[in-house]
Each structure stands twice: as structure tokens, then as C-alpha cells.
Design a protein around this ligand. Structure first.
Ligand code: GAR
Length: 214
């Protein structure tokens, strides 16, 4: 069984999707911890309900971003997870942590990257006037939402959508894509070459073409 750890800053509905997928056997892993920068995040309540250890690294109690990141890295190292998942973790992860956890950290973003990286992705998509948006699960690299892409799913942008309605439609896809990507990682089926991620076939499946992902 792989060990996975989740970093979340708020509501934690993606974290819940991961908890549920582990519980019903869709992800072959144990969740060894929730790490949060925000002690009042609802994700903490979700972890407690699921019996998952909580590690609070409260950003506001550190004198600098550097000091915060050092404490965060200690917690992440102590967890010895195979995979670290940014699920609504609303801070930029510093280069030191990214470098040390290269290939072992993934993020979910509410847009079809490389369009609309950063904050308020749904607002950016509406302002631009795109007709299709969606979500992306990707490995974390030193850039802003720029790492190798694992899974994407699209949703239509409807006439009359506002940020909330579009975010809700995207969120439903996030809850499907994030567990799917984690499952592929835990099964050892992701291969990163340069910035492209290949999904290896399931053991026993000889065909490498025409596969539906996820
Ligand atoms: C999700 O939509 C996630 O994609 C987004 O925050 C939301 C968290 O919701 N993350 C980002 O925008 C990161 N740049 P949740 O707390 O209910 O999972």
C-alpha cells in the first residue's frame, strides 16, 4: 500500500473525494496525514471524522515564508509519503520543497491548463469568454500550475454562468479526476518524460493505444 498525504487550506471537498475513494477501494493507499496552513479549515473536521492525523503548520505564526516552508518541509519529510497531494492548498509551494519532492507532488487546478493558472481560475475563464473549461491534475514543478499534466476533464461554460455555477460544474469533475490520478500513481502507472506523462497499461493489458483516460 502506498502512503499518501494531502495538503488543503479550506473546505476540503477534494480531500473528501480522496477519503471516499480510499474507503471504497478505488485508491490502493492509506492516507497518512492532512497537512494544513489554516487551523480553521473544514478539511480538518473531515480528517478527524475519517480518523486521519492532522498536522497544522499555521502560516500566521511564522516570522517569514522561509521559516514556514522549513517547518512545512519537516512535517512532509516526517510523513514519508509516497505522494503529496495539493487539494485546494492555496499557497505557492517554494522551490526547495518542490525540488525535494519532484515527481511525488501533484496539484488539482480548476481550469484547463495551461489556460488560467493561479488564483480565481473560474473568474479568469468567464472574463476571457471561453466556451469550455474544466480541471487539470498535474505534477508540481517550480512554475505556477505549469507541471506535467496527468489528467484533464472539460465542462461546458453555459450562457448565464457565474463564478459559482461554473465552479460547481468543474468541481464535480475534480472529484472524479483527482482520485483517478492518485490511483494511477499508486498503481505505478505514470511515467514522466520531459513534460509529458504517459499512462502505462494495467498489468495484463497488452494494448497501449486507444485507451480512455481516466
Ligand atoms: C478547488 O476547486 C481546487 O481546484 C482549487 O480550490 C478549490 C478547493 O476546493 N484550487 C486552486 O484554485 C489552486 N490554485 P476544496 O477545498 O473543496 O477541495
Amino acid at each position: 500500500m502506498k502512503r499518501i498525504a494531502v495538503l488543503a487550506s479550506g473546505r476540503g471537498s477534494n480531500f473528501q473525494a480522496v477519503i471516499d475513494a480510499i474507503a471504497d477501494g478505488r485508491i490502493p493507499a492509506v492516507c497518512c496525514g492532512l497537512v494544513t496552513d489554516n487551523p480553521s479549515a473544514y478539511a480538518v473536521t473531515r480528517a478527524e471524522k475519517a480518523g486521519i492525523p492532522v498536522f497544522i503548520v499555521d502560516f500566521t505564526t511564522f516570522p517569514s515564508k522561509d521559516a514556514y516552508e522549513q517547518a512545512l518541509l519537516r512535517v512532509l519529510n516526517d510523513l514519508s509519503a509516497d505522494l503529496y497531494i495539493l487539494a485546494g492548498y492555496m499557497r505557492i509551494v517554494g522551490p526547495n520543497i518542490v525540488h525535494r519532492l519532484k515527481g511525488k507532488m501533484i496539484n488539482i487546478h480548476p481550469a484547463l491548463l495551461p489556460s488560467f493558472p493561479g488564483l480565481h481560475a473560474q473568474r479568469q475563464a468567464l472574463a476571457y469568454g471561453v466556451k469550455v473549461s474544466g480541471c487539470t491534475v498535474h505534477f508540481v514543478d517550480e512554475g505556477m500550475d505549469s507541471g506535467p499534466i496527468i489528467v484533464q476533464a472539460s465542462v461546458p461554460v453555459m450562457e448565464g454562468d457565474d463564478e459559482e455555477s461554473l465552479a460547481g460544474r468543474i468541481l464535480a469533475e475534480e472529484h472524479r479526476c483527482l482520485p483517478a490520478a492518485i490511483c494511477l500513481f499508486c498503481e505505478g502507472r505514470l511515467e514522466i518524460r520531459d513534460r509529458r506523462v504517459s499512462v502505462l497499461p494495467e498489468p495484463g493489458d497488452r494494448s497501449r493505444t486507444g485507451r480512455k483516460i481516466p
